[in-house]
Design a protein around this ligand. Sequence first.
Ligand SMILES: *Cc1c(COP(=O)(O)O)cnc(C)c1O
Length: 216
Amino acid sequence: MRKKILSELAKTNTRLVAVSKTKPISQIQEMYDEGQRVFGENRVQELVEKHEALPKDIQWHLIGHLQTNKVKYIAPFVSLIHSIDSWKLLAEVNKQAAKNERVIDILLQFHVAEESSKFGLDLEEAKSILTNDTFSTFKNIRIVGVMGMATFTSDNQQVRKEFQVLNSIFKTLKNEHFEKDDSFKEISMGMSGDYKIACEEGSTMVRIGSLLFGNR
Ligand SMILES: *Cc1c(COP(=O)(O)O)cnc(C)c1O
């Protein structure tokens, strides 16, 4: 399965974030030995423990909901935070990144699914963040794109529609706020059940867990 996914993705512009949450160090090491360097986790404590235990050239992505009071634990090493969904969180990441003398890459997470349980901004909220005067003083974060999760449904048309909405949000922000900023280029969308549709709809980063590591 892994080989198949990797060879499918190799034909596209989409990169793989291997979602290793709940999986043991040994399984991550195995995929590392096969060449994978980008891994995603959704809980801060687990991310910190795995970062300590595993090779230091792994790029760790935080993909799950992040509480403001936990940013400080990952700020020294995290490579990309996918789940920025409020002004408060963005400000805290900037603050903790400054303390660590780093610039941390982040994605703005958008709510595009039907389910109300999923976190994320809408376009208006994102615009109000980006036009806030204080935002231009944030020197220790770099917004490199957007992230979203589709509704958990077998209705592929609906999933496709939601990925299209995320893609159009990306384009709007690109045109209105990041036109001259080449680093704003990522659309993180697609999981085990819907990554093929996500790739067709312009995903640059798929977050795949159970298809690579087995069911949780
Ligand atoms: C768990 C998780 C994934 C991966 O889910 P799979 O269905 O196992 O591929 C992707 N994105 C987020 C935000 C997750 O929490």
